[in-house]
Design a binder for this molecule. Structure first.
Ligand code: TNX
Length: 515
């Protein structure tokens, strides 16, 4: 009798235990970790079952949504092992995942979205394809990061409503000090878009290398691209390759902002064309890391013909509205010459249909309408820019420079501005960081990665993770919703995602990573 009872007991507990192991149903959407943190998350206590039979639908009136639906299907294939079917529909489906665009619900704005997870239907609603793409990113964060391990997953039901604090959320990659090929740039774009960043600033020229083909000035790449810091072989993008980057970025709702740094940081151009030098002599190519020694000759007309050709060719390949003219650290250009040069170059940029952005030093010139200054170090320049009517892109070197070492033991990176641990990088508010520069003056936030010490993708990853998700959150999530102690817990949950994506990240001691 007793043994029989024990046996029944064992079977019942066994079945119960087995059940609770195989069917883990998450039922509280608010327990998920999202980066950037959404505006609001409400749970409704049930779950949606995602299986290999789940279909992805998009509203047929909005053709661009096909691309978003296919993107989602490809991501789900990574997780489920097979890609769900994608189809256009004119009606709200009863089950599956449904993407649609509407002009209702003003609060969402151009890039916001609402993600509703019901028991049978997941719907992503937005005003634009970009908004749907961001809803998809959030949906993907409710699922495991990795490769198929089960053939169905439960997603907790509820609603997420979300929209960004700033419209310009950016990172910069310096491809001049060390050159990075198209595939590396695409991976970098993946990093940005996963965290809802929407601009990639490419630093395409500097003393150490000219990195984009200019058909009217072919020696820029024949000579000027042939090396890099440390003397490696360098490289450049053909115009076709640059266009491929632009296209890939567009598909991920990222706009490329090209930078040609001038009048300083131009040794590679000066070495390629002697006529751009005041003394008519080409300097040697440069592979060191000093700054501030080179300048285009600001009183030769050929300089402006050169700038006009370069801006015209790049602008024609760049659908985005901004052109970055650099303008930093022109220590070997006389101040009046600098102002004269920046004034003329701004007009050239406007004549090719682009808006002007430059490092904070350009505020010393007369700024054209709609110009933006990028704050990196100098508060006076930045407030002068604001007084002249410019918007500010916030990239304080002490907070947002991804090439700064985490601490004195970091084996790559610089520390001229600061050591930037993960908490230091996260814990600041762009709208209060510079006295006199308020939210209304700010275009957005950018985290630059300079590459004097960074030579390959693994090193990029180490400096960019886990910092980049934090900068993305600073751009997306309003400051009243952010605090480090809560963020670090969410960030810790992302460790397994970084691993699944094979990202070589810095396991900072200030983040409570899971085993
Ligand atoms: C300053 S930031 C520079 C760059 C360097 C960087 C290294 C800026 C506008 N100029 O030329 O690469 O420091 O951190």
């Amino acid at each position: 009798m007793k043994t029989k009872f024990l046996l029944v007991f064992a079977i019942v507990t066994g079945v119960f235990l087995l059940n609770s192991c195989t069917k883990k149903e998450p039922t509280d959407l608010t327990q998920n970790s999202f980066i950037p943190k959404p505006v609001s998350v409400e749970a409704t206590g049930e779950s949606f079952e995602l299986t290999t039979a789940t279909k992805v639908y998009y509203h047929e009136e909005v053709k661009e949504l096909q691309q978003e639906a296919e993107y989602l299907a490809a991501e789900l294939k990574r997780i489920l092992g097979t890609a769900p079917a994608v189809s256009a529909t004119s009606e709200v489906p009863r089950s599956g995942i449904y993407l649609y665009v509407t002009d209702e619900d003003d609060e969402l704005g151009t890039e916001g979205y609402s993600l509703k997870v019901g028991k049978k239907l997941v719907s992503v609603k937005a005003h634009s394809a970009a908004g749907c793409f961001y809803g998809i990113q959030t949906l993907l964060q409710t699922l495991p990061a990795g490769i198929a391990s089960e053939d169905s997953y439960e997603i907790a039901t509820g609603e997420i409503r979300d929209f960004p604090d700033y419209g310009y959320r950016s990172a910069m990659l310096d491809v001049s000090r060390h050159f990075f090929g198209v595939e590396d740039v695409k991976r970098f774009i993946d990093f940005l878009s996963t965290y809802k960043m929407n601009r990639l600033h490419l630093h395409l020229s500097d003393d150490q290398g000219w990195r984009i083909e200019i058909k009217s000035w072919p020696k820029l790449t024949e000579i000027g691209s042939s090396t890099q810091v440390g003397g490696g072989e360098g490289g450049f993008y053909t115009q076709e390759q640059y266009s491929e980057i632009v296209r890939y970025a567009q598909e991920h709702h990222v706009t490329i902002v090209p930078e040609i740094d001038m009048p300083g940081h131009t040794n590679a151009a000066l070495a390629s064309y002697p006529e751009l030098n005041c003394d008519g002599k080409a300097p040697e190519l440069y592979t060191g890391i000093e700054v501030g020694f080179s300048s285009l000759c600001t009183d030769k007309e050929i300089t402006y013909e050169f700038v006009d050709d370069v801006v015209r060719e790049i602008a024609a390949l760049t659908p985005g509205e901004w052109f970055h003219i650099g303008g930093d650290e022109s220590h070997s250009t006389d101040k009046d010459d600098y102002i004269y040069f920046v004034n003329r170059v701004q007009e050239i940029v406007l004549s090719h249909g682009k808006k002007v952005i430059g490092w904070d030093e350009i505020a010393n010139a007369e700024l054209v309408d709609n110009a933006a200054v990028q704050f990196w170090a100098n508060v006076e320049n930045t407030t002068m820019g604001v007084e002249k009517g410019a918007k500010v892109l916030m990239s304080p070197a002490k907070k947002a420079y991804m090439d700064m070492q985490y601490d004195s033991t970091t084996h790559i990176g610089l520390h001229w501005a600061a050591y930037i641990e993960v908490d230091t990088g996260y814990d600041w508010n762009p709208a209060t960081y510079v006295e006199g520069v308020t939210k209304e003056n700010i275009l957005g936030v950018e985290a630059p990665l300079w590459t004097e010490t960074i030579t390959n993708m693994e090193e990029i990853e180490y400096m960019v993770f886990p910092q980049l998700p934090g900068y993305a959150e600073i751009g997306w999530t309003a400051p009243e919703l952010r605090n480090w102690d809560e963020y670090k817990i969410r960030l810790a949950d992302f460790g397994s995602r970084f691993e699944a994506q094979d990202i070589n990240f810095y396991r900072s001691d200030v983040v409570p990573w899971k085993e």
